[in-house]
Design a protein around this ligand. Structure first.
Ligand code: PEP
Length: 250
């Protein structure tokens, strides 16, 4: 069953005290009956406390990244087992900042996806074109290649662990949002691409989130599109009032 999801990617923001304050605000303000599954992704050092804090609440916790190896000499990295061990069962992979700043390739992301699935983790798989790709009308090709090279090695049964997050790079943190029509057009294309390789049941069931400058004032229109199943939220996830307004936009 396709789920509605709103996930907040906190990136490298909020120390421990600030994390606790924001979590408390979210717990206090989240509507009792909420159509969407709500997930937050604080930094690694605050994940364990977030899991404890959010126990017995409807809010889930995700990591923002992880390493593909099981363990070993990878200074500064975090494994799937470490995340699972503190109760984190979801990980964001392939975020455009990981691709651009940390040079993560489709092949590396494919490895990380494999490791996450081997560890029975849920994956929020991010992908999306850059401005130059859209300007040269190459955006559909880029998106299809990112899906094929980073994700489509998985088996049909694995799709129940996958959430897709289409995030046009030109709209991330820029205040520039894809129009609801642009989002719908690409989400429909993504669903068709999944359908061609994995069948209608998978395509209809997979949640496809939109990410890129989603704010309280544009969320409702974007979420109203038939192939948009929610959002991956950056900047607006750092403020409880804005994030809850986006959650309630459903
Ligand atoms: C993101 O980084 O995933 C994102 C969507 O950021 P923002 O909402 O700030 O554009």
């Amino acid at each position: 069953m396709r789920k509605k999801i709103v996930a907040g990617n906190w990136k490298m923001n909020k120390n421990s005290e600030q994390t606790e304050i924001l979590l408390n605000e979210l717990i206090a303000q989240i509507p009792a009956s909420c159509d969407a599954k709500v997930i937050v992704a604080p930094t690694f050092v605050n994940l364990a406390s977030a899991v404890n804090h959010l126990k017995n609440t409807p809010i889930g916790v995700s990591a923002q990244n992880m390493h593909q190896a099981a363990s070993g000499a990878y200074t500064g990295e975090i494994s799937a087992d470490m995340l699972k061990n503190i109760g984190v069962n979801t990980v964001i992979l392939g975020h455009s900042e990981r691709r651009a700043i940390f040079h993560e390739t489709d092949a590396l992301i494919a490895n990380k996806v494999e490791t996450a699935l081997q560890n029975d983790m849920n994956v929020i798989f991010c992908f999306g074109e850059e401005l130059k790709d859209r300007q040269s009308q190459n955006h559909f090709n880029i998106v299809e290649n990112q899906l094929r090279d980073g994700l489509f090695h998985i088996q049909k049964k694995d799709w129940e662990k996958i959430v897709l997050a289409y995030e046009p790079v030109w709209a991330i943190g820029t205040g520039e949002t894809a129009s609801p029509e642009q989002a719908q057009e690409m989400h429909e294309f993504i669903r068709e691409t999944v359908r061609k390789s994995f069948g209608s049941d998978v395509a209809e069931d997979v949640s496809i989130l939109y990410g890129g400058s989603v704010k309280p004032d544009n969320a409702k229109e974007i979420f109203s599109k038939s192939d948009v199943d929610g959002g991956l939220i950056g900047g607006a996830a750092l403020n409880a009032k804005d994030f809850i307004a986006i959650v309630t936009a459903f």
